[in-house]
Design a protein around this ligand. Structure first.
Ligand code: SF4
Length: 406
């Protein structure tokens, strides 16, 4: 069996035959996973300095030169890195007295941190498959982003207490601004909200759960939802970017709703995180510094939004991006600022970010060309081996060699 690191579900039941690095036959891979496997032969990153190809040793020493002597370095990315590389990255941040951050600082970091602090109830996907009778997808469309989410865990499968599966035993509720593929599966369980309407929806649902008349157009439907959730035996809420972006930095209303649901019955939260090991980075940094992102190691441990990439780009003087493509997702002015910085990019493939870097350092694809460990988005640790031969270095070795050189 092979693993797939195409998303944070880290599917462990993949069968695959290769001819060299070319995929010949697969079983259980979704379309996204197949693209991930096929990408072994497409657009790979090469070691380069100022756009000219060099050997890997020169790329590594040039990477160290970009970072050396800088006062304010940002080490960013890490969601597509193994646990060992993430740990080494944090050690590098300490050695350099730099800031370390990941995309969760502008997405679901607040939710993940609350989960890791034990202030938001959570569970594993196996609990969901075995016990959940209600799955809520909030601003989350795993049918597109994590294609096997519903089939392996959250809707279709039969489980210990859910022998009749989705036909009778399990219900899907989707709260979203558009009728996403997941919403289409939920059919009558789809609640369409207006962009930014999550706070109003939460207020109405809180009223319905409290036996009050909700201030929404379709009061009966909201009251029915309240009754359904009250009667659930075990509910799971999967949060997505839509919820995090809609509520911005103020998720208290959502946390209160989860608290209210747990006064009435049992509901757990699992953030649907994008990169295969986002949860791993958040957990590793949390264990080390008490925060999941936006940490400065300049003077001991400091944390705050000023150390998130969106703000820190204003003041930092060099960036190392590892396994991430912030240029593709940041607002244009920030992406432009990033592209103008002295930058090292470590990654598996060419991206908009690597194309703007002064030094690029290639690494092997985790789970395919190199082994390692990672945390699934529900926090379960998985260990994977390489399944094809490769000359690419593992990410942890690249980070350690840069650390030795600075
Ligand atoms: S759901 Fe994610 S981990 Fe599973 S096969 Fe698809 S891309 Fe890979």
């Amino acid at each position: 069996m092979a693993f797939c690191t195409g998303c944070s579900l880290l599917c462990d039941d993949i069968e695959v035959d290769f001819e060299g690095a070319k995929v010949k036959r697969t079983l259980n891979l979704c379309r996204k996973g197949r693209g991930h496997y096929d990408s072994l032969l497409v657009d790979r990153l090469a070691p380069a300095v100022d756009g000219s190809l060099v050997d890997i040793d020169e790329a590594l020493s040039s990477a160290a030169e970009v970072l050396e002597g800088r006062e304010k370095i940002l080490l960013f990315g890490w969601g597509n890195s193994t646990l060992a590389a993430q740990k080494a990255g944090i050690e590098l941040a300490k050695k350099l007295g730099s800031v370390i951050d990941d995309p969760s600082s502008y997405s679901q970091g607040l939710i993940t941190e609350k989960v890791l602090k034990g202030e938001l109830p959570t569970c594993t996907f196996d609990d969901v498959r075995n016990f959940a009778d209600v799955s809520i997808f909030w601003g989350d469309d795993p049918s597109s982003s994590h294609p096997r989410h519903l089939s392996r865990f959250s809707y279709y499968p039969r489980g210990e207490k859910r022998q009749r599966g989705y036909e009778e035993d399990r219900e899907a509720i989707v709260i979203d601004v558009r009728k996403s593929p997941t919403a289409q599966i939920a059919a009558d369980g789809f609640f369409k909200i207006s962009p930014g309407g999550d706070a109003d929806f939460i207020e109405a649902l809180m009223a319905a759960l409290g036996g009050k008349i909700p201030k929404v157009e379709d009061k009966k439907r909201m009251l029915n939802l309240g009754t359904k959730l009250r009667k659930a035996k075990f509910g799971a809420i999967f949060t997505g970017l839509g919820l995090a972006h809609s509520l911005g930095g103020d998720l208290d209303a959502f946390f209160s709703l989860v608290g209210k649901l747990n006064e009435l019955t049992r509901f757990s939260v699992i953030p649907t995180l994008g990169d295969y090991n986002t949860r791993g980075f958040n957990q590793t940094l949390f264990d080390e510094a008490g925060h999941v992102n936006s940490v400065s190691f300049k003077d001991g441990v400091d944390h705050g939004p000023e150390f998130g990439i969106a703000k820190y780009l204003d003041s930092c003087d060099a960036v190392m991006v590892v396994g991430s493509d912030p240029t593709a997702v940041l607002p244009a002015p920030l992406a432009k600022k990033l592209a103008g910085m002295p930058m090292v990019a470590v990654g598996t493939h060419r991206t908009l970010t690597t194309d703007g870097a002064d030094v690029t350092v290639p690494i092997g694809v985790a789970g395919l060309e190199v082994g390692g460990t990672a945390l699934r988005t529900d926090g379960v640790k998985v260990e994977f081996d390489a399944v094809v031969d490769s000359d690419y270095l593992p990410d942890v070795e690249v980070i350690e060699r840069i650390m030795e050189a600075v």
